[in-house]
Design a protein around this ligand. Structure first.
Ligand code: GDP
Ligand code: MN
Length: 378
């Protein structure tokens, strides 16, 4: 789950990270009032769940409450990378001397969290990572020991941070580590962490991603989910307990089991097809779930064919087939469907589905090839 900037920064503040004074507005009038309270010089910041807002014109400095109102009117009418701006954060403007990057994420290859920092922070950090990766300092964190003081000092030295800011920096990086680990985040990032003209550190931007599988133990974070801002298909999938991730291909995949779903995608690619999604419908033959899965797959206009790959172990294949038939009555897809069904009572299941004019396949390779052909329109 992605958190908005204002949500991430409010979490950062709880861990002692200095953030600018500010509040969220949903109207331009409210934006002006907040700017008045803050003394006039503010930054008006679109709250959408994508990066690069600054470059898209969604982050603007205002010199007066009146200008804040005007900019808020503009920004509240914008779409950034397809997402409508419904909220703006009005923050006291910082006087920036230098922009630093500071972030923590999981390094899968090293099997531990990694804290990264760069003196060349701000909106060009992706460019820095690509063209001069040596400008990004990385230090791995032992999850049981947490971030140690000497590590913070190593990073501070590595990015040539002025000595006077080392203490502050150690407090901020420790706060960021705690915000990351205590909230089961997969990313906690401050970009930029700025050195102000009066030589203090302030987190001007904030971004957090929370592990969805840990949300059950963070009711307060789960409540922060912004349904307005996330793709409709993902909200729908969650409601039915489906694991769904949209991709860019043409072959919609409906599979039971995450491992089998991954394998299905691999085999589709092996035959030069592109999966349109990852979708695990889980166990059981529940027609409601199957129908929801079909609706979600079909809501993507790129999808040219649906590939259903089911292994019936405890759930019998004929029951799965019946579930699919009930769902088909409701959803009525107009595109070809290829089905591979193996396991207990698979023959009965396949017979039921063949009657419904579905293309049946005996092996996964066969199913993938038939799907690729169907997607090409032959
Ligand atoms: P992003 O583009 O989505 O990462 O949004 P940021 O919040 O990081 O803002 C983008 C850029 O706007 C920053 O890198 C800063 O250069 C600038 N910016 C943001 N807030 C302030 C501020 O309070 N004062 C000044 N002078 N610049 C700011
Ligand atoms: Mn930023």
């Amino acid at each position: 789950m992605k958190l908005h900037e204002y949500q991430s920064k409010s979490i950062f503040a709880k861990y002692g990270i200095p953030i600018p004074k500010g509040r969220v507005a949903t109207t331009a009038t409210e934006a002006r009032q907040i700017a008045e309270e803050l003394g006039g010089r503010v930054v008006v910041k679109s709250q959408v769940l994508v990066g690069g807002r600054g470059k898209a014109g969604g982050i603007r400095l205002a010199k007066s409450p009146k200008e804040a109102e005007e900019l808020a009117t503009q920004i509240l009418g914008m779409e950034i990378k397809g997402l409508p701006v419904r909220k703006v954060l009005i923050d006291e403007a910082a006087n920036i001397e230098q922009e630093i990057y500071l972030g923590i994420t999981n390094d899968r290859a090293a099997r531990r969290p990694v804290i990264m920092a760069s003196a060349a922070g701000g909106v060009e950090i992706e460019e820095v990572a690509r063209t001069s990766p040596e400008k990004i300092i990385k230090v791995h964190i032992d999850p049981l020991l947490g971030l140690r003081d000497f590590q913070s000092r190593d990073i501070a030295a590595g990015i040539d941070l002025p000595r006077d800011n080392w203490k502050e920096f150690a407090r901020i990086s420790l706060g960021l580590w705690r915000a990351y680990s205590e909230n089961d985040a997969t990313l906690a990032e401050i970009n930029p962490l700025v050195i102000t003209k009066d030589k203090h550190l302030v987190a001007v931007d904030g971004k957090m991603l929370i592990d969805d599988n840990a949300l059950f133990r963070h009711a307060d974070l789960a409540e922060m989910r912004d349904l307005d801002e996330e793709a409709g298909a993902e909200t729908e999938a969650r409601k039915y307990g489906l694991s769904f991730i949209k991709l860019d291909g043409q072959i919609g995949c409906m599979v039971n089991g995450a491992g089998l779903a991954m394998t299905t995608m691999d085999i589709v690619k092996l035959f030069n097809g592109e999966p349109a999604n990852f979708l695990d419908i889980g166990g059981g033959a529940n027609a409601d779930k199957v129908a929801a899965a079909l609706r979600i797959i079909l809501s993507d206009n790129n999808v040219k064919v649906i590939l259903i790959n089911i292994f019936g172990g405890i759930t019998r294949c004929d029951e799965v087939a019946k579930g699919i038939l009930v769902a088909l009555e409701e959803v009525k897809p107009k595109i070809p469907m290829v089905v591979r069904l193996v396991g207990t009572n698979s023959e009965e299941g396949i017979q039921l589905l063949a009657k419904a004019k579905m293309i049946t396949a005996n092996t996964l390779a066969d199913a993938a090839q038939k799907s690729v052909l169907a997607a090409q329109g032959s």
